[in-house]
Design a protein around this ligand. Structure first.
Ligand SMILES: [Zn+2]
Ligand SMILES: [Zn+2]
Length: 362
């Protein structure tokens, strides 16, 4: 009799511990990224760089108002939708579709169908891909307010705002340069989120003369050497870079040239292929990071802290022509090593009698 009772109890305890195990695993897989604990640095803006493999997806949150910029390939739509819901969102104030490529906008349709979206910001273009047409139809079907991205326009959400910085021209040959680039500001902390913008768009942004400085730059085109030009990095002068790319991706993103630039600047380059989802928290003055797979607790920044990192990117002069260039200008890349002179600053170059290259206009 007693043996039978103990046996029943044993079986009950076994079942109970199995159930607890399942609940534990379930809760772990639902929120891979730890939640903010609150306290002194109660965040006013949270920026989630969501890991969607070789793609792009950024969720902004301030005071329970949410903005989604891209959602990776179509296959990631469900995961992104669940992630947003896990943050307590039941609607998006703005959704931004940066440009028609599927690694950015493929997943957006699932989010639109699963969650109320108030406004949809994008660039009109002649793309006729299945992904783009289905997305446009979903926006239409759900009667979402459609806004054409226009550089210089600012939208606010919670205690933060975002300003459209690009596109400034319409390059329909290369959709990457149609990318909607946003500068997100909360108090004294700012982020530049580049999508797939490449050098041509970066140069236009710098030439436009608007404020581009940012503490965090989400590198253009997944850390490709087509983007993160010296000219842009000097205008932004970031304290941190973030590259969104898939583990072992076939394009080799982020490219070696980009990684080297961030090393030269002494600016940490955080990567979703290594860290998984990366989350930045700011109270408008202090900035800190958490990540799914790596410990980023040592990466902190306070507004006003000495940066001057981008100054370390040298200019390159040509001893024969006496022109000087940004290091990634074709004029510098094609130069014979014996003709190169490394120059610390623009002033230094001018003082030594060098003239700015008319192409990169350093
Ligand atoms: Zn693209
Ligand atoms: Zn892309």
């Amino acid at each position: 009799m007693i043996v039978a009772v103990i046996d029943v109890m044993k079986r009950f305890l076994c079942a109970l511990s199995a159930l607890m195990m399942m609940l534990f695993i379930g809760s772990c897989s639902r929120s891979a990224v730890p939640q903010m604990t609150g306290g002194d640095d109660d965040p006013k803006l949270t920026v989630h760089f969501i890991d969607v493999g070789e793609g792009d997806c950024t969720l902004l949150e301030s005071d329970d108002e949410f903005v989604l910029i891209d959602a990776g390939e179509r296959d990631y739509g469900e995961e992104v939708l669940r992630y947003i819901e896990d943050q307590g969102a039941d609607e998006l104030k703005y959704m931004i579709a940066t440009h028609p490529h599927s690694d950015h906008v493929g997943g957006l349709r699932t989010v639109i169908d699963g969650m109320d979206t108030e406004n949809f910001i994008t660039v009109s273009c002649d793309s006729d891909t299945y992904t783009w047409e289905k997305l446009m139809r979903a926006v239409d079907r759900n009667s979402i307010n459609m806004i054409e991205a226009e550089a210089g326009t600012t939208y606010s959400f919670g205690k933060a705002s975002l300003t459209i910085m690009a596109p400034l021209s319409r390059d329909e040959e290369n959709y990457n340069n149609l990318s909607v680039v946003t500068r997100v500001v909360c108090g004294d902390i700012s982020f530049l989120i580049e999508a797939d913008a490449e050098r041509e768009s970066e140069y236009e942004m710098v030439d436009a003369g608007e404020t581009l400085s940012a503490d965090v730059i989400r590198c253009g085109h997944h850390g490709s050497s087509d983007a993160s030009s010296d000219k842009l990095l000097k205008a932004v002068n970031p304290a941190f870079g973030v590259a969104s790319c898939g583990e072992g991706n076939e394009y080799g993103h982020p490219h070696r040239e980009t990684v080297q630039k961030f090393e030269t600047m002494g600016c940490p380059l955080l990567r979703t292929d290594e860290a998984g989802t990366i989350v930045a928290y700011t109270d408008g003055r202090n900035l800190r990071f958490e990540a799914e797979k790596t410990d980023l607790s040592s990466y902190t920044y306070t507004a006003g802290e000495e940066k001057h990192t981008a100054e370390k990117l040298k200019y390159i002069g040509n001893k024969n022509s006496l022109y000087f260039h940004y290091s990634d200008c074709d004029g510098a890349m094609d130069m014979k090593e014996k003709n190169k002179v490394y120059l610390d600053s623009r002033d230094d170059a001018v003082a030594q009698g060098y003239t700015p290259c008319p192409g990169c206009q350093p």
